[in-house]
Write a protein that binds this ligand. Structure first.
Ligand SMILES: [Zn+2]
Length: 54
């Protein structure tokens, strides 16, 4: 299951990256992954819902 998700992420990597807005500089290949990261690593912070980050 994890491998499938990773492959999808690679496929989308050329079009956009999503940078964590909470100062750790991590980037993600999909908004869903960024949302997951924020929920996990930054509990209590607002989860990004917009595609416009840059
Ligand atoms: Zn973060």
């Amino acid at each position: 299951m994890i491998a499938v998700v990773a492959l999808k992420g690679i496929a989308g990597a050329a079009t956009a990256t999503y940078t964590c807005p909470y100062g750790d500089g991590l980037t993600f290949t999909s908004l869903a992954k960024l949302q997951e990261h924020v929920q996990t690593e930054h509990p209590g912070e607002k989860v990004p819902v917009s595609l416009k980050w840059s």
